[in-house]
Design a binder for this molecule. Sequence first.
Ligand SMILES: NC(=O)c1ccc[n+]([C@@H]2O[C@H](COP(=O)([O-])OP(=O)(O)OC[C@H]3O[C@@H](n4cnc5c(N)ncnc54)[C@H](O)[C@@H]3O)[C@@H](O)[C@H]2O)c1
Ligand SMILES: N[C@H](CO)Cc1c[nH]c[nH+]1
Ligand SMILES: [Zn+2]
Length: 427
Amino acid sequence: MKTILNPAKSAWKTILERPTKTVDDIEKTVLQIFDDVQKNGDTAVDKYTSLFDGVQLKDKLVTTTEIEEAIQAISPELKEAIRVAHQNIWLFHKSQKTEKVAVETFRGVFCWQEKRPIQKVGLYIPGGTAPLFSTVLMLAIPAQIAGCKEIVLCSPPNKEGKIHPAILYTAHLCGVTKIVKVGGIQAIAGLTFGTNDIPQVYKIFGPGNQFVTVAKQLATKYGVAIDMPAGPSELLVVADDSANASYVAADLLSQAEHGIDSQVVLVTTSKVLIEEVSSEISKQIAQLPRKEIAAKAMENSVAIFVENDAIALDLINEYGPEHFIVATNNNAFYVDNIANAGSVFIGNYTPESAGDYASGTNHTLPTNGFSKAYSGVNLDSFLKSITFQEITKVGIQGLGKQIEIMAETEGLQAHKNAVTLRLNDLK
Ligand SMILES: NC(=O)c1ccc[n+]([C@@H]2O[C@H](COP(=O)([O-])OP(=O)(O)OC[C@H]3O[C@@H](n4cnc5c(N)ncnc54)[C@H](O)[C@@H]3O)[C@@H](O)[C@H]2O)c1
Ligand SMILES: N[C@H](CO)Cc1c[nH]c[nH+]1
Ligand SMILES: [Zn+2]
């Protein structure tokens, strides 16, 4: 982790550059795989599974026997942990339901808005280097609450051609019935075009590595919606002398261990804290089973000393982190003024891992600065708002004149006529 003292504002962009590949870097590969899957369906999908995941599958649909085996394989302790996490995530997402909005905008003009579930959704569950069964909870629970009719789950198979039992168990618990062993670009292509085994969907959800993220972004070219670009994990911690250096180090490492293209950032008004956190990182990383991955990610990472909280806040909003931990004497200032972040964790006893697994908030969040414009996954991600209107005779008699003159000014006579005919009948 590099240390940078008092960087000039003009240098922030360079210092905080993400290590991830972008659409431009991977577009050619993605479009070539999309083209192949569009033309050759499952044959192409299976070819790329063999190439990238090193396994040839006879059948990529998960069977009921595999689900039953997974239910048996999960320990009672893990089942209980998943139950508690499920309960909290369900509660938080259920509470995001909103009432129908209805207004009489003008006398006799009734407008209202109602939400309806997206009928067909695809959930991508990462499984390249770690089986992220927690992501099943984060996607399938809001999909169920929203009332989505067709929910398809895709996750890459391991070398034995299997999906981790915790993913299968959690999917079963959340009522997902169609599970396909497919990952990476080929999974996103399958959900975009549809194959015999993979149903075509209207919207694709879920995090993934840079290949998955760019593939999702390109899927939108073919008319499929996506939740957001949720790529390699990131964390920014703002901390001062009041923070606990070992907690800060542990939090930074928790996101660094996700992948070699993860990035973590420490922003602080304390030079002493930078030294303490660096020494804690050296100690803690040595004990981690994924120390090689975390060490690589730390090479993409940076500790930045700034003079005061105002500069720190400015820099954080410029970066737009996926996760933002606030551990300072001035937490309210950051909480009140943060403009760009996926999810915020406040105080010394709120590790980011809590949001990853069990507190109730969603862990599928915008990375790579997309928190400036996108929200993380929430109940509304699985719903569409449809507007309705009903106008009475009195209503059209009152509003008709305004519509007529506006249509005439736009040169759209047929629009005007649709009103004029009715007004004449009511005379
Ligand atoms: N932003 C979020 O909300 C969020 C949440 C959880 C996880 N994540 C991120 O998800 C990612 C998970 O990554 P992962 O790799 O473990 O699993 P993954 O399932 O996203 O990707 C694995 C797939 O990538 C494909 N692949 C691998 N190398 C390839 C290559 N050279 N060319 C083409 N395709 C290739 C393979 O098909 C493989 O099945 C991590 O980066 C993690 O940080 C993000
Ligand atoms: N931190 C990840 C989101 O960037 C989510 C996750 C799942 N499991 C552990 N962590
Ligand atoms: Zn995590």
